[in-house]
Unconditional design. Structure first.
Length: 330
């Protein structure tokens, strides 16, 4: 059998039309430019087949013969024991299925176990100055849409003093807590920022029927500070964003939008776990400070009444209110 291809002289990029004679059992003969180059087959280095890449025959004297993959060439390689590992996998359906399962296992294992662990370790290892600086930057961004608080200064100061007294009864936190008041049309809410800042919106203060209910939400946000959740979330989301960009191969246009949706869904479970941990911290703190976590359950009931959107439980970044109320009372 003779195979048509391209030959290259030793240490040269000059191309020659050539023909490789593989009809002899133990010899290969290269016919190029009127010459015949022959040697034993075992002395010729034949590249391992990979996909549809060309096959390369390297002769001892430096000549190289290159031929495109074809059914004829593949059959000869198979008869002469030159089917590579990758080549065998590509033609094996079961191997494909095993590879897919292994890849999914690696990806899911990395997301559910490695990524949270890495996010936690990175968040804990970052200098406090980085967290404080990020918190300041985030607050500046929020302040572009938020307004100054309309609560009386005496009421703001009373809440800050009460929180300071509560903190003296709790374990030390990674950052000093700073209570900041703002007003917004997004409704009753509170936020913990990196570096220890806790934002209370006026509507939240007005929603609480008493100090204990309000303090339960403040303690919940302090729970985020205690666990460094916001830094973990920033690291977690950053790694996910980079990973999605690497997988898609680009970071603009439609792919960017899809990546954003994908990162949201992947981050969702992580956020809900953080909320549960903050709830647990707040419940223990309420029991220690007030002797009961019932005001926390009552505050969740007020939130539930305020929640006018019927958001599916799996889409909500917070645990289901019924679960949170039950957990606060257990």
């Amino acid at each position: 059998m003779r195979i048509q291809g391209t030959a290259f002289p030793p240490r040269s990029s000059v191309r020659y039309e050539a023909e490789l004679d593989v009809s002899q059992a133990n010899f290969l003969s290269l016919r190029v430019d009127g010459d015949i180059i022959s040697c034993q087959k075992q002395d010729v280095e034949i590249s391992v087949p990979v996909g549809n890449l060309p096959i390369r025959f390297a002769f001892p004297d430096g000549w190289v013969f290159v031929v495109e993959r074809s059914a004829e060439v593949s059959a000869w390689l198979k008869r002469n024991s030159k089917s590579g590992f990758v080549d065998k996998i590509e033609s094996n359906v079961m191997a494909w299925l095993v590879a897919v399962v292994v890849c999914l296992g690696v990806v899911l294992g990395g997301y559910f176990y490695a990524l949270p662990w890495v996010s936690e370790k990175v968040a804990q290892s970052l200098p406090d100055s980085v967290s404080v600086s990020l918190g300041n930057k985030i607050l500046e961004t929020f302040d572009n849409n938020w307004q100054a608080s309309e609560l009386p200064l005496e009421q703001q100061q009373a809440i800050r003093q009460r929180v300071t007294q509560h903190l003296q009864q709790l374990d030390p936190l990674p950052y000093p807590v700073e209570i900041i008041f703002r007003s917004s049309d997004i409704g009753a809410n509170a936020f913990a920022l990196p570096g220890g800042k806790v934002i209370l919106l006026d509507q939240l203060v007005e929603l609480a029927a008493n100090e204990q209910q309000l303090d339960s939400i403040i303690l919940h946000e302090i729970g985020h500070v205690h666990h460094r959740h916001m830094m973990e979330k920033l690291v977690h989301s950053s790694i996910l964003s980079v990973g999605v960009a690497l997988l898609t191969g680009e970071s603009s246009g439609i792919v960017d939008n899809l990546a954003g949706v994908g990162v949201f869904f992947l981050s969702n479970g992580h956020s809900r776990q953080a909320e549960s941990e903050a709830d647990h911290f707040a419940k223990q703190a309420m029991v220690k400070i007030y002797g009961s976590s019932e005001p926390m359950a009552e505050m969740f009931e007020l939130f539930q009444q305020q929640d006018s959107l019927d958001v599916p439980e799996w889409l909500n970044s917070h645990p289901d209110f019924e679960q949170r109320i039950q957990a606060a009372r257990d």
